[in-house]
Design a protein around this ligand. Structure first.
Ligand code: HEM
Length: 148
């Protein structure tokens, strides 16, 4: 009897192949999409100013490609801290709404529906978690309490 669980790398490769077949997404397509998305985000009246401090766009695109390959293809070596990266930007709910609107519009231009939905589902979930993570919870703080 062979109950052996396949090697991790093998299982991962099978999963990636399945996602790719289902969504049509791969690293090159994701990177091309991100160039288009950030091209639009930089030009956007609301989002643009937040990106003014990005000194190295190629580095940003490379990091974001790794991030989205990790998230969407289960394959990629992203080891950053998205929440901390956004903390200094003073983002408000309207920034997130606009970010998602642009992300959706660009995804629908770049991918077939299955690929766009695959990315959008994840983008909405992560955007919500970053937004919640950045939102202070003043009701939990009481006078004299030390917030760590
Ligand atoms: C709400 C509007 C947003 C703005 C204005 C914004 C802007 C930025 C900026 C300025 C950086 C730092 C870039 C650099 O200095 O190289 C950054 C990093 C990043 N952003 Fe956003 N962002 C937004 C929302 C999001 C969302 C919703 C996601 C994910 C779904 C996301 C994912 C990331 C990631 C993964 C990084 C890299 C973090 C790291 O590893 O350093 N961002 N973003």
């Amino acid at each position: 009897m062979n109950h052996a669980i396949p090697e991790n790398a093998e299982r991962r490769a099978a999963l990636v192949a399945e996602v790719r077949a289902h969504t049509g997404l791969d690293e090159a397509a994701i990177q091309a999409f991100l160039r288009r998305f950030y091209g639009a985000a930089r030009e956007d009246a609301l989002l643009g100013p937040s990106f003014a401090g990005v000194a190295n766009w190629e580095g940003h695109i490379a990091r974001l490609t790794a991030f989205w390959c990790s998230v969407a293809l289960v394959a990629g070596a992203y080891h950053g801290q998205p929440l901390q990266a956004h903390a200094p930007l003073a983002l408000r709910p309207d920034h997130f709404a606009r970010w998602l609107e642009l992300f959706e519009r660009t995804a629908r231009l770049c991918f077939a529906p299955a690929g766009a939905e695959h990315l959008l589902e994840r983008a909405r979930r992560i955007a919500r978690s970053i937004e919640m993570g950045l939102t202070p919870l003043p009701l939990r703080r009481t006078e004299g309490e030390t917030v760590t």
